[in-house]
Design a protein around this ligand. Sequence first.
Ligand code: DHE
Length: 560
Amino acid sequence: MQKKGLIGSAFAMGVLSLAMSSAWAQEAPKLTAEEMEKGKQIYFERCAGCHGVLRKGATGKNLEPHWTKTAPDGTKLEGGTLKLGTERLEKIISYGTEGGMVNYDDILTKEEINLMARYIQNTPPIPPEFSLKDMKDSWKLLVPVKDRPTKQMNKVNLKNVFAITLRDAGKLALVDGDTHKIWKILDTGYAVHISRLSASGRYVYTVGRDGLTTIIDMFYEEPTTVATVRLGSDARSVDTSKFKGYEDKYLIGGTYWPPQYSIMDGETLEPMKIVSTRGNTVDGDYHPEPRVASIVASMTKPEWVVNVKETGQILLVDYSDIKNLKSIAIESAKFLHDGGWDMSKRYFMVAANASNKVAAVDTKEGKLAALVDTAKIPHPGRGANFVHPKFGPVWSTGHLGDAVVSLISTASDDPKFAKYKEHNWKVVEQLKMPGAGNLFVKTHPKSKHFWADAPMNPEREVAESVYVFDMNDLSKAPVALNVAKDSGLPESKAIRRAVQPEYNEAGDEVWISLWGGKTDQSAIVIYDDKTLKVKKVITDPAIVTPTGKFNVYNTMHDVY
Ligand code: DHE
């Protein structure tokens, strides 16, 4: 049985209300140099994403030593007594919290959990900065543009290729969506977070959590990496220039550490410019680590939408003149995370997840259209768009912290949707999920189905399933598909999380990753979108810890 955040409420509600006391001057547990190195590595791989390199907190709580070191017995909290320190931290790390922290007892060993409980009581080491020169030194142009094929040298239907992250293997699988066969597995950075496509559909860009960015050319007989560059030491986002006349001229990458974005040549990845995102939050406080979360390319203007997590500032970066770079900073809310376009592709919808809000940016006017209150911790991925029978165009997001999917009415320039104006920028309906822990939702213009996962739910049954709503009758409970059972794989000790539904080009198949442990057999389970029956299970042993999947056509055209 999975343990639910047993001590979660204490951690989630209590830690922040702990009074500062002189007792925190006491020494943190001593670590050997070897333990320190290992702690650093595990912290980077598993913790930094939510808590930040400097541990100031964002999606996760602040983990600076004044919170994590043992408090004296009897320290009074608002709701009772709490003592942090090694033992309590071990429990939190093992079993997770109701505040959204996942349990690590099936990911880390007991010794590693003990190490991390001690490690985070020590002052966070500050990683080095990463300059344009560092980027240039890391840049490898493996094949110059003039030596690349001038036409497609294979017969694969490139538009229906899926780029699939093999998270813990540090690889990317390119799978032929027509034949369901693995086309090629390529080395990439560690735990590629997202893949994005060039405007031409020829190149796949990946960004590893370790900051390594690759460009893969699909015109060769077999996909080939033609250049690589390092953006920094911790990264999540990348996109190309998509506006008419600038197609694939530039690539932008965003880093968590150092907090900055970098602009590169779109075909060679040659580094051109770095811009820091350090500065003030929407509350006016200085923040030393404002990380770059999602980035998207606008098709309305030569601009990227760059969402800065800790400051809550949304930057519209105009790439028409890189030397004299102009950008607009739009105030929204903390902490910005992921998002996607509305149906008209004029508004970018981004989750400010710790504020329980979604910001809608009007990229035509260059200003905030609305800040929409939602249920707890919205986490849309790119979200999902459809025309609601009663409320017109809606964009949707699931929630990590609540058992609902929120449907938000979006504005439209199309006169046929004018009658829905009064609903715009409000949550018009909430679809009931079996529990919290959703990460991704998806639909397709040709489908009547709406898919939602719940991989962060602590219950095995829920985390291993996906939920399919009928858009013709949203009052019906969703159909639950148990992806782990449907995969036909034997039961495993660790939960195999069913994650990120992604449509094929035609919009008639939905691919789900069954994300198991590093040594478990994982799978990609492909469902027929009409019948909801399994069409194919890809269980090749090379499919190690699959997570994000990016269909070439849908990613190029922002179909979701
Ligand atoms: Fe993600 C998107 C950050 C954990 C899978 N994730 C994003 C984006 C950001 C982000 C900023 C938006 C990128 C963009 O659009 O430009 N993710 C983070 C984190 O900081 C966090 C919470 C912790 C971490 O250490 O990374 C985190 N993410 C995860 C996972 O654990 C997931 C489930 C598995 C994995 O591969 O690591 C995961 N994130 C994804 C996926 C997307 C994503 C699949 C793209 C969704 C899409 O449809 O575009």
